[in-house]
Design a protein around this ligand. Structure first.
Ligand SMILES: [Fe+2]
Length: 202
């Protein structure tokens, strides 16, 4: 049986960097949010819904789990994929993890593949947007402000705007809606992401 707890444990075991751990949790929150939306669209409930959403969580948590130890293009995410195969993690999760890195040549086919890719860069950008707020809180981030920051080339310059736009297109969503969905997912997960900010301020 694979579980979210096992995925979290594996990610933490391999990831010393606090910011990379936070990144894994943020991508999990956003990707899972899309799993939940898709489950609702399909009318799933109860155990069936849980089982449907679990791979979204797990793929988010594990997509970069080998990156701290093996960051090179030759090794990430291949080393991780090998470990996940040995440990018997589901094929759908491994496929999404390979597909999130464009240079592997793995096509983004399933909804999970597309959701993971779409949430990876965007969640990093949204986190950066939160941390420049006086409150340092994701609760103060909205889509209009994010769009503005996207145009500011000097801001979070390592985050690919192209990937953010492509992610929304892959999910068949206007960029605005994709941003709003992910902001909401991060807001719900704010306490474990350390993005609640300083509530007493202002
Ligand atoms: Fe990532």
């Amino acid at each position: 049986m694979y579980t979210r707890d096992r995925a979290l444990q594996l990610m933490e075991e391999w990831t010393a960097s606090e910011s990379l751990r936070k990144h894994a949790l943020a991508v999990e929150a956003c990707t899972r949010g899309y799993g939940e939306r898709e489950a609702d669209r399909l009318g799933l409930a109860g155990d069936e819904r849980e089982a449907f959403v679990l791979p979204y969580s797990v793929a988010g948590l594990l997509h970069d789990f080998d990156y701290d130890r093996h960051p090179s293009l030759e090794e990430h995410p291949y080393v991780g994929n090998r470990v996940l195969t040995e440990q018997g993690w589901p094929e759908a999760v491994r496929h999404a993890i390979l597909a999130h890195a464009g240079y592997t040549g793995t096509p983004r086919e399933s909804h999970l593949d597309r959701a993971l890719f779409a949430c990876d860069e965007l969640s990093g950008f949204l986190t950066a947007c939160a941390l420049v707020k006086p409150s340092r809180s994701i609760l103060d981030v909205d889509a209009a402000g994010v769009r503005k920051k996207m145009k500011d080339k000097a801001f979070a310059r390592a985050v690919s705007r192209e990937d953010m736009v492509e992610g929304a297109a892959l999910l068949d969503l206007p960029l605005e809606e994709h941003i709003t969905n992910c902001v909401r997912s991060l807001q719900e997960a704010a306490p474990r992401l350390g993005l609640e900010g300083t509530a007493a301020q202002g």
